[in-house]
Design a protein around this ligand. Sequence first.
Ligand code: UT7
Length: 325
Amino acid sequence: MTKAVILGTGSCLPERALSNADMERMVETSDEWITSRTGIRNRRIAGPGEQNYQLATKAARRALAVTGIKPEELDLIVVATISSHMIMPSTACFVQAELGAANAFAYDISAACAGFTYGLDLASNYIQNRPEMKILVIGAETLSARINWEDRNTCVLFGDGAGAVIVAGANDGRGVFGSNLRADGKLWNLLCMDSPESCNPDLRQEDWQGAFIRMNGGDIFKHAVRSMEDSVTSLLRQHDLTIDDIDLMIPHQANIRILNNLRERLGIPEERVFVNLSQYGNTSAASIPIALDEAHRQGRMARGDIVLLCTFGGGLTWGSLLLRW
Ligand code: UT7
C-alpha cells in the first residue's frame, strides 16, 4: 500500500538570537526563572528580509536540495502558520512564487502549534488518493510580531523559524501509518491571539488589547500533558504498538517540564526523545519540522525506525502521528 514518505527535510532560523540575559533587560524576569520553569535559554527573532514566507522558502529550498526534486515538480504546497505577514494571499502562495513552483496549488492551514502535524496528516491523505503527488509541507512562524514584549508571561516563551518536508508516495513499508488528531474549540480562550481590530465588528474599542498572544499558562500546561498522553496512548493501542516500539519521539517544543512530565507518563527514556527547545523556544507550527530536520541531520533516525510526533496548541488543537522513517 502506498504511504506518504518524507524524502527530505530543511529548516531556517533567523540570524538574531535573543538570550535570557537580553530578556532580563526587557522585562522583570531572570535567566534562572526562565531556564528552570521552561528550559529555554535562547530564541531567534526575525529581522529585515526574514519575513515568514522568506524563512519558509529557505527551509523549503533546503528540503528540495536534499531530494533533488525541482520546484516545478511539486503538486501542492501547504504552510501551517498563525503569523502570516498578510491575511491574503496565503504564505503558501508567496512560497510558491518564490520557489517558481508553477505546477503546485497552495494554501495555508491554521492549527497553531499543531499545524505541521495536521499538515503532514493532510499530505498523507492526499497521497492515498493520488500516490504520484509531490507535496511540500512547511511549518513557519514569525510570532515575535504578535507578542506583547511587555508581558513577561508570554514574551520569554516564543521564537521565530521555519521547517519543511518534501512528501511523496512509496510502497516499501516506510511512511505515515497512523494519526490521532483532536481539537476542542470550547477551550479557545486558554491560548489565543486577536485578529486586527477591523476584522471584528463586535469589538468595543475599550476592550481592544492589541493583536497579541494571550495565554493561561497553567491550564495549558495541564491540558498539554494530559492530551498528548491520551493521544499517544490511543494511537499506539490502535496500531498494536507499545512505547518501547518507538525509536524516536519528536514532540512540540514548548516547555521542558511539559516534555519531562509527558516522558515520565509514557515511560519513554530521555535518549529516545528529541529536544532542541533551549536554543529556539516555542516556534509554534515550526517547532516539529525544525526538530525533525535537526534530528535527521544528526543521524537520529535510521531507515525503518518508528518515529512518533506529538503536539498541542491553541484551538485547542492536539494530536500525534506515527511514521516509519
Ligand atoms: O504551544 C503552547 C504554548 N503555551 C505553552 O506551552 C505554555 C504552557 N505553560 C507553561 O509553559 C508554564 O505554565 C509557564 C512557563 C507559562 C509558567 O510557568 P508556571 O510554573 O506555570 O508559572 P506560573 O504561571 O504559576 O507563575 C508563577 C509566577 C507568577 O508570579 P506570582 O503570581 O506567583 O507572583 C508569575 O507572574 O511566575 C511569574 N512569572 C514570571 N516570573 C519571572 C510569569 N512569567 C515570568 C517570567 N519571569 N518570565
